[in-house]
Design a protein around this ligand. Structure first.
Ligand code: NAX
Length: 330
């Protein structure tokens, strides 16, 4: 293997998403068959043993691309020199817990991890998966002054993939036919999966599914509540699909987005796009330049319906920012 190794930290490495994500990163699928991968697994002390078990299995796969695995129980050492930090680990919502309790409980994790990234990594991209991922990314970004803000993102790719799959099924076409399905806003039930600007092949999605009623009704609710439906059916939250979407997220940022296309990711708002206040970690249609840079796609037409939905999800993110305001150092 000729290339320089890529160092990837994964937090929550012993969790269910970690169990799926790590193997796909190690296999060479993400960074290529000629790029060595060095994994840095971060876990809580109580789960280090389980992470060791996952590491043993990773070794047993015999992936030629996997050249190193280290396991850590502190973020400073885990993030040293990493190129990608996939921040998956956080506390799940317990019974009777409100969203704001979860935000308050998980916020401090991302203060510590933001500070650790600041100290330990100079060429890093951080992707937050752990919920509430937009606001957790906001906290990490504010506590990591040395790393440019546009290196932080939060994952809404699972929502995009869910939305595309639902439309493809309804329209009776392959999921590969559905493109430009942007998720706007928060990774929560307030998100807006923008079916108005998406395409099914060369058709509008509305034409492909036979009208708007299903899109405004079952589709919207279906995407927003898919996570809960999976918990109800499986008894556990989405894991392999979340890991797969995290892989898609990283790949989409690394590859140049084809002309006229876009994908969804929550990134810091520049304050000049679609009326979203500057600095919020907001999911937009994104186009990657393939050289580490990306842009928020401009000029996407928004109907009154879309505008209302985007305003609602913006309001929710502003409220979340208010809940964690003492944790925002920048
Ligand atoms: P698990 O509970 O299976 O695993 C989480 C792991 O994180 C545990 O092993 C735990 O020990 C570890 N952990 C907790 N605090 C940590 C810390 N401070 N440092 C390092 N490790 C820590 O959860 P899993 O199903 O893997 O989900 C992980 C997160 O992803 C949750 O917050 C979940 O809500 C979120 N999700 C986000 C999605 C998205 O689309 N953005 C979708 C899937 C998932 O719901």
């Amino acid at each position: 293997m000729s290339k320089k190794p890529v160092r990837v930290a994964v937090t929550g490495a012993a969790g269910q998403i970690g169990y799926s994500l790590l193997f796909r990163i190690a296999s060479g699928e993400v960074f290529g068959a000629d790029t060595p991968v060095e994994l840095s697994l971060l876990e809580l002390p109580a789960a280090v043993k389980a992470a060791e078990g996952t590491a043993m299995e990773l070794e047993d796969c015999g992936f030629p691309t996997l050249t190193k695995i280290n396991i850590h129980d502190n973020a400073d050492s885990a993030f040293e020199g990493v190129n990608w930090a996939l921040l998956v680990g956080s506390k799940p919502r317990g019974p009777g817990m409100e969203r704001n309790d979860l935000i308050r409980d998980n916020g401090p994790i991302f203060v510590g991890q933001g500070k650790a990234l600041n100290r330990a990594a100079s060429d890093v991209r951080a992707v937050v998966v752990g919920n509430p991922c937009n606001t957790n990314a906001l906290i990490a970004m504010h506590n990591c002054r040395e790393v440019p803000a546009n290196r932080f993102s939060a994952m809404t790719m699972l929502d995009e993939n869910r939305a595309k799959a639902m439309i493809a099924k309804k329209a009776g076409v392959g999921v590969g036919e559905i493109h430009n399905l942007a998720i706007w806003g928060n990774h929560s039930s307030s998100m807006f999966p923008d079916f108005e600007n998406a395409k099914a092949g060369s058709k509008t999605v509305e034409a492909a599914v036979g009208g708007r009623a299903w899109l405004e009704g079952d589709f919207m609710v279906g995407v927003q509540k898919r996570g809960a439906a999976i918990i109800a059916a499986r008894g556990k939250s989405s894991a392999a699909s979340a890991a797969s979407s995290c892989i898609d997220h990283v790949k989409r940022f690394m590859e140049k987005t084809p002309a006229g296309h876009w994908f969804s990711a929550a990134v810091p708002s520049d304050g000049n796009s679609y009326g979203v206040p500057a600095g919020l970690i907001f999911s937009f249609p994104i186009r990657s330049h393939g050289d580490g840079k990306y842009e928020i796609v401009q000029g996407v037409k928004l109907s009154d319906y879309a505008r209302k939905k985007i305003d609602e999800t913006t309001k929710e993110l502003l409220e979340e920012r208010e809940v964690v305001k003492e944790l925002l150092a920048r």
